[in-house]
Write a protein that binds this ligand. Structure first.
Ligand SMILES: C[S@@+](CC[C@H](N)C(=O)[O-])C[C@H]1O[C@@H](n2cnc3c(N)ncnc32)[C@H](O)[C@@H]1O
Length: 355
């Protein structure tokens, strides 16, 4: 497997300075274009001198039919980091689109304002801008991801943001995934992204790109409806107890690969967290999670559980050995032909989150 920046270590060291490529933003946002018409978009972790989110929305302002773009820039306290946020004060920008007809966001068309504080997304000044926004789109600092999402939920904002898939096992984040309040977007090819950064890249030669770090397990998270999450996963395997043994501590069978979920098993199943990329709420229901803290938080839901000496607070155990985090799911009773299909565009969707 290719080497990757160790995100756990990066989080601890608060290594948040890596920047999203324009091509990755374009590849994801092409699926959401119809949501932006007449809307105010906020990019609130974005130095406009560097951020391709600012670039994307300012250059596509007219095409998307935006009402307003707000971008806020954090004044970094740590001078060693990549960001050149060394201006005296943090700023925020507002842009109402092209005025002189050249289809380019010129400096005189962009309103520059100074914050009193440092532009922290949690500050009162930034929260006022958040309240004004309809849709928030950015790659927030991974080290503050939970807080970042909690704030979006508190202010009931629509969003498309980048985060690490490990967030799924977090005790505050998991319930949002389980309850269909957040889901995965279209994502990065192979589940890994290349971000513009000065951090040392430990990717193997074939995966290395100059001036970038390869980050594995990154994904887009959103609460905007997308057709992807209504596509049925095509299953081809059938259940047999030898191939799909039950855990020692959960009344659920173990599945190592999402593609190998048996099509005919109606009981509880433990699947890897990468399952979330294929999750269709009409096809499966999420009941819980087996991870280190799941027992404490009762995240195994209705799945019968017996404590095991090896489970360290709730990990699934198979033949006395702990397995990686597993999401506990159950097949919905619908036949495959009953799974809703959805063409992108107008119309209401089954299982839509509250709009
Ligand atoms: C992963 S980088 C992504 C930057 C940019 N959104 C992009 O995708 O190119 C996260 C950014 O959040 C900024 N940041 C860190 N802490 C912040 C905070 N408390 N409030 C706002 N921004 C913050 C960092 O300085 C960094 O530039």
């Amino acid at each position: 497997m290719a080497g990757n920046i160790n995100l756990h270590a990066a989080n601890k060291a608060k290594k948040d300075e890596f920047y999203t490529q324009l091509v990755d933003i374009e590849n994801e946002l092409k699926h959401y274009k119809h949501y932006f018409k007449g809307k105010t978009v906020l990019c609130n972790c974005d130095d406009p001198r560097i951020s391709n989110f600012f670039h994307y929305f300012s250059y596509n302002f007219e095409q998307l039919g935006l009402k307003k773009l707000i971008t806020t820039c954090y004044k970094n306290q740590n001078r060693d980091l990549f960001s050149q946020n060394d201006s005296e004060r943090a700023i925020w920008l507002e842009y109402y689109g092209d005025r002189n007809g050249n289809r380019v966001p010129d400096p005189e068309e962009i309103g520059i304002h100074y914050f009193n504080g440092d532009g922290d997304f949690r500050s009162a000044e930034c929260i006022d801008l958040l309240k004004e926004a309809d849709i928030v789109v950015t790659n927030p600092p991974f080290s503050l991801f939970r807080e970042y999402v909690a704030q979006l939920m508190k202010y009931e904002k629509k969003f498309v943001i980048i985060g690490n898939q490990n967030a799924i096992t977090n005790k505050d984040f998991f319930p949002l995934i389980r309850d269909n309040k957040i889901w995965l977007g279209y994502g990065f090819k192979g589940g890994a992204g290349h971000f513009i950064s000065k951090y040392e890249d430990v990717a193997t030669a074939g995966d290395h790109r100059e001036g970038m770090i390869r980050v594995s397990g990154v994904n887009w998270f959103t609460n905007l409806e997308i057709p992807k999450r209504h596509e049925g996963l095509i299953l081809y395997k059938t259940y047999n107890p030898e191939e799909y043994p039950k855990y020692d501590n959960y009344d659920a069978i173990n599945i190592d690969k999402t593609s190998e979920i048996p099509m005919d098993y109606d009981g509880f199943m433990g699947v890897p967290i990468t399952f979330m990329d294929k999750y269709n709420p009409e096809q499966f229901e999420i009941l819980g999670i087996c991870a280190g803290n799941s027992r404490l938080n009762k995240f195994y839901g209705i799945v019968p559980y017996t404590p095991h000496v090896e489970d360290r607070g709730g990990c699934a155990v198979l033949n006395n050995k702990r397995v990686y985090s597993r999401i506990l799911i159950r097949r919905r009773q619908a036949e495959p032909h009953q799974i809703a299909t959805y063409e992108q565009g107008e119309g209401s969707l089954p299982m839509a989150a509250d709009e």
